[in-house]
Write a protein that binds this ligand. Sequence first.
Ligand code: SF4
Length: 106
Amino acid sequence: MPRIEWGRVVMRPDTNVDTGWMDQAACKDEPTELFFFDERIERKRVAEAKAVCDRCPVWKKCLDYAIETPVDFGIWGGFTSRERERHRWSKRGVKDDKAKRPQNGS
Ligand code: SF4
């Protein structure tokens, strides 16, 4: 899980699961507030965070991690907490296809 260090996202490898993918995260040195805020009212910020996730080479691993952990806040894998919750309860799961990801907090 990421942690906050001097106002930036610092990916902290979890010792119980494979988190080697965090080294490749596009958000590694981005400001923390870019991913953690009240998603229900700050729709523009959701789009800004998702733009970073769109260029992230490990977005699917990030999403799986956030869904399986589970992480209940912040943007992970290009999904808001509400979007992850929907997928958590979905029988379909999430396909490894960026085109299937919700856009701009939908
Ligand atoms: S998908 Fe987004 S939140 Fe996850 S590691 Fe990549 S940039 Fe960070």
